[in-house]
Structure formats: structure tokens, C-alpha cells
Design a protein. Structure first.
Length: 577
């Protein structure tokens, strides 16, 4: 019996299933085992970033099967497809990291092309690692289809000597080993126990930060991001997500009905109060861009500035994603934010209910250990701060979660490095000095190309016990696992003639995260003279291929480092073609 619940005449899949002219198209579906009724139902793209690159993605295949069961149960026809991922933990600290941010655009582009090419009516997207989460959500917003996002889940914490350990500990142990404070045998033991299961890095690094964003913004089912990847309950959330997307098709609730300026602000609040990754300052503007909404790094940082930090997660705090899940997850966090009047309650979610209605159903309260009450936060402002000044006229960002006020102001002479490798070698050789501001330039989106993360360098500094004795600034990025006084996203980047490209060794730099300032003790006239003498961007090895293409197209960091004009320039919406 044909499914009469859905009117295919208004859905994109009519272009490949309806009428005599589409007989050849239907024959392909019969070839794959579909029957007449299944061809007549709405087609739901089930997009996964499954691969064997890393533990973050390895469980997505299993969860996709559960999504398909939910879609079928609710009267839809699921069509599974995969896209790429680049996993930052494995790409970190070498040339591979240049591929990371560019992969976000490739994920969004390939999901868009697959959906358009096959005329799918809706999407359930599963993602596990840092850039795949925003990339998948960007595709949903760009297409403006009924959409549900699912995070693949976090890794379980490792245990060593009675303590939880994460991959962050391994990165920092490399520094300890270089400093002679840890033997290779001890390092070998740690590396074998730090990552004991499938799932993404367990602290409030970029993957878990963006997983929290997916719930807070309304694109994921409440509490769906919390359960670790190995938990069988993930399959129940996946099945429920398949059912939910069919409800969205029926009600014609689309991604941009959910992703609004207010819901982006809600998401930024959740990043701030959990001490989330600075990369959210890159990804939230990129997601806004897909919806044609003005929401840049300044807007994100303004929210960070007046949001209390009250969820005690690594790297600034003590706990990991599994602990947050057991304490009630993002719904309890949002309930606390509501008590302080910091949540827009009227935002739509993929349940078909508003955020306010969802919070009304949350029975649990803050446990006072992982989630503090909003009335007695860890600190009164968010864990991430925006900076501006003559060294970063457009923007810069620093993560201060877990730092005392005294540690949030730093003045020292510049020690300039032309790339991350130079800086890492200096750290390894301990040829830098306490009190210096290490400057890593030519690592921006265009100049890198690819805006690499500097975790290898920052973790080595922490491992040497120097994380609080030097500061570090870059036009590149920092991993969500970074600790210490590390300023990223300095814009304009060096390749675009920004002041960071004009610095010399010994220039005195002041970073003040309390006032939100970053400056160099040079007059406007001196900076102008240096700009005149500037010889243009440093040549890179990437004169062809995907990274060359990315470098040609990429826009400024404070707008999300995006590569196309966004919804403001679009002349059609995919769903209405």
C-alpha cells in the first residue's frame, strides 16, 4: 500500500521517481532491491563520515543502520552515503594538518552535491570528528532541508595509575619526555591505554564542543550527543533521529527554521559555559553564513564575555564528556542557563518543540561537581575571550578556562617563527626564554594554507612546565585540547598583510584577556613603514590541488574562513526547485 502521509509533489525526490519519464531512474532503484511503495516514499539521505581513519568515525557505520530503521519505521526510504573526514588527532603536528579545515568545506560541498544529484528530501547526518560536525551542519543549513544531526559519541576515558587519561595527556607527555621528565617506557604505557574505545576525544575539545552546539542550536535530539560511542543507547538515539526527520518532512520544518540568530546565540552560550574550544568561534560564523545570518567572531566573543563558566570539563577542568552525560548532559546545562535568563526559549528544535518546552521536561538539576549551579559558577565570564588591538585589528581569540585572573595578562618580547615547525624545533631544543611571546605566523587559512592547529607545540610547552611562563600567538588555530596562554585566529593573517606579518624579534607585545586587548608597542607610523617594506605573502609548496584551491577562495577568519558567498547571494533554495 502506498504511503499517503507524504505529498511527493512538493518534495525534490519527485524529480527521480514520479511519472513515465522517470522509468529509467526507477529501474535503478529496483536494481537495489526497492519495491514500488518504497520508491513512492520520501527519500532520506543518511550521510555519514564513517571511515577507518580514527576512532571518532569508526562507530558511525553501526549507528547509520539504526537511523535507517527509524526512517523506514516512519514511512521513509533511507539512502546511505558517506563523505570524507580528516581527523585532527592524527593530522596534528605535521603537513597533514593543512587538510583539516579545508576538509570542513569539502564535507559540506560533497554532502550538498550528493543530496542535489539524487534529489533527496531530507538528511540525517552523522559525524564524529572536529571538522565533520560543522561541515555536516553547514550542508544541512545550505540545502535548507528537513535535517537531523547525530554525533557519533565520545571516546571512553583511559585509566592509568587510578586516574582518567585522554589523548591530551599523551600530547603533553611528549613534552615531558623531551624535557627528561618521563621515560620512553612510561610514554609507551600511556599511549596504549589513553584511548580505549571508539569515539571522539573525550574532553571539551572541538568535537564535543560542536556536539554540544548541535543540541543547543536545535539540530540534534536533546541529550543525543552525550552517550559515549560504545554505548548501545546511541543506536536508540539514531533510530529516534530517523523517526524525527520524517516528522520534520511532514511538518515542513527545515534547517533554517531551526538555525536562526537566536539559536546561534544559544549555541555560543553553551560553548562559553562549558569552556569549549576556540574553534567554535570559527564554526558558528561559518554556519551562520550558510543561513545568510550576520554572526561573526565579535558576536560570538560578546556572548562569551557575559556568560558564566560553570561546567568543569577538560582541558581547563577535571571531567570528560562521559561525566557530563552522566550528570544530565546539555539539557541540564541549558536549564541552568535559563535560570540566569541566558537562553532564547522560543527557538524551534528537531523534535518539533521549542527549546523552552524541551527544558520544561528536564527533571535533573546541576550536580555541583561536573555542572555547577549557574548562581555559583567556576568563573563569572566564559572560558573563551575575544581580543582586538593594533596587532589584531579584525580579531583574535584566547581560551582562558581554568586560568586565574593574574595569568590572563602577559607582556613580553616577541620571538618570531615563520611556521609551526620552526617553533616546535625551538621548543624541543628549549632555545626559547621564559617571558617571551612566541609568534607563529603564516599559518592562517590562506597563508598556511589551511590554518593548522598548534597542539604539538602547545602540548610540548605544557609538558616542559612552561605553559604559563610564555605566551603564544598565531594566525593559525589551537586545538580544543590546548592549555596555556595561547592566542589564535589573529586577523588579518600574515599572508594578507596583517600586523602579525610585520613583527620582529624583540617587539614588546601585551595580551590582556581581562580587557580584551592585544597590542604591540609600535606606533601607527612604524607599522605603516613596515607595511611598505613588506614583500608580500610567503610562498608555499601548495601551487596546485585542493589546498591551492582553498587558499584562493577562503575568506577572513573572523567570518568563519568560508569559501563561497553564502545564503545572502543564493537565488534559489534547493527544497523549492
Amino acid at each position: 500500500m502506498k504511503n499517503t502521509k507524504f505529498d511527493k509533489s512538493r518534495l525534490p525526490s519527485r524529480h527521480v521517481t514520479d511519472g513515465p519519464a522517470r522509468a529509467p531512474h526507477r529501474s535503478y532503484y529496483y536494481a537495489m532491491g526497492l519495491n514500488e511503495d518504497e520508491i513512492a516514499q520520501p527519500f532520506v539521505g543518511v550521510a555519514t563520515c564513517w571511515n577507518e581513519a580514527a576512532p571518532c568515525n569508526i562507530a558511525l557505520n553501526r549507528q547509520a543502520q539504526a537511523v535507517k530503521l527509524g526512517v523506514k519505521a516512519a514511512g521513509g526510504t533511507p539512502r546511505e552515503f558517506t563523505t570524507i573526514t580528516v581527523t585532527d588527532g592524527i593530522a596534528m603536528g605535521h603537513e597533514g594538518m593543512r587538510s583539516s579545515l579545508a576538509s570542513r568545506e569539502a564535507i559540506a560541498d560533497t554532502v550538498e552535491l550528493t543530496m542535489r544529484g539524487h534529489c533527496y528530501d531530507a538528511i540525517v547526518g552523522l559525524a564524529g570528528c572536529d571538522k565533520s560536525l560543522p561541515g555536516m551542519m553547514m550542508a544541512m543549513i545550505r540545502l535548507n532541508t528537513p535535517s537531523v544531526f547525530i554525533y557519533g559519541g565520545s571516546i571512553l576515558p583511559g585509566r592509568l595509575n587510578g586516574k582518567d587519561v585522554t589523548v591530551q595527556d599523551v600530547f603533553e607527555a611528549v613534552g615531558k619526555n623531551q624535557a627528561g621528565n618521563m621515560s620512553e617506557e612510561e610514554l609507551t604505557i600511556l599511549e596504549r591505554v589513553a584511548c580505549p574505545s571508539a569515539g571522539a576525544c573525550g574532553g571539551q575539545f572541538t568535537a564535543n564542543t560542536m556536539a554540544c552546539v548541535s543540541e543547543a542550536i536545535g539540530l540534534a535530539l536533546p541529550n543525543s550527543s552525550g552517550a559515549p560511542a560504545p554505548y548501545e543507547s546511541r543506536d536508540q538515539y539514531s533510530e529516534a533521529s530517523g523517526i524525527a526527520v520524517m516528522n520534520l518532512i511532514e511538518k515542513n520544518i527545515r534547517a533554517r527554521d531551526i538555525v536562526t540568530l537566536k539559536s546561534l546565540q544559544n549555541a555560543a552560550r553553551v560553548v562559553a559555559c562549558t569552556g569549549g574550544s576556540t574553534n567554535a568561534g570559527l564554526h558558528l560564523p561559518a554556519m551562520a553564513h550558510e543561513a545568510g545570518i550576520e554572526f561573526d567572531l565579535d558576536d560570538v566573543c560578546e556572548i562569551f564575555r557575559d556568560t558564566p563558566y560553570f561546567v568543569d570539563l577538560k582541558p581547563g577542568g577535571a571531567y570528560v564528556a562521559k561525566d557530563l552525560y552522566e550528570a544530565g548532559g546539555v539539557p541540564v546545562v541549558m536549564k541552568e542557563l535559563r535560570k540566569a535568563g541566558l537562553i532564547h526559549e522560543d527557538c524551534m528544535t528537531v523534535t518539533g518543540r521549542s527549546i523552552g518546552e524541551e527544558i520544561d521536561m528536564v527533571e535533573r538539576e546541576a550536580d555541583g561537581k561536573v555542572i555547577y549551579p549557574v548562581t555559583s559558577p567556576i568563573t563569572k565570564t566564559g572560558g573563551v575571550v575575544g581580543l582586538k588591538g593594533n596587532l589584531a585589528p579584525e580579531s583574535a581569540i584566547v581560551k582562558v578556562a581554568g586560568m586565574s585572573p593574574a595569568e590572563q595578562v602577559f607582556t613580553g618580547p616577541a620571538r618570531v617563527f615563520e611556521c609551526e615547525e620552526e617553533a616546535f624545533e625551538a621548543v624541543k631544543a628549549r632555545s626559547y626564554k621564559e617571558g617571551e611571546v612566541l609568534v607563529i605566523r603564516n599559518e592562517g587559512p590562506a597563508g598556511g594554507p589551511g590554518m593548522r592547529e598548534m597542539l604539538a607545540t602547545t602540548a610540548a610547552l605544557s609538558g616542559q612546565g612552561m605553559g604559563k611562563k610564555v605566551a603564544l600567538i598565531t594566525d593559525g588555530r589551537f586545538s580544543g585540547a590546548t592549555r596555556g596562554f595561547c592566542v589564535g585566529h589573529v586577523g588579518p593573517e600574515a599572508a594578507q598583510g596583517g600586523p602579525i606579518g610585520l613583527l620582529k624579534d624583540g617587539d614588546v607585545i601585551t595580551i590582556d584577556a581581562i580587557k580584551g586587548e592585544i597590542s604591540v608597542a609600535l606606533s601607527d607610523a612604524e607599522l605603516a613603514e613596515r607595511k611598505k617594506a613588506w614583500k608580500g605573502p610567503r610562498e608555499t609548496l601548495y601551487a596546485s590541488g585542493a589546498l591551492w584551491k582553498y587558499a584562493q577562495l577562503v575568506g577572513p577568519t573572523n567570518k568563519g574562513a568560508v569559501t563561497h558567498p553564502g545564503a545572502k547571494a543564493e537565488r534559489h533554495v534547493y527544497m523549492d526547485l
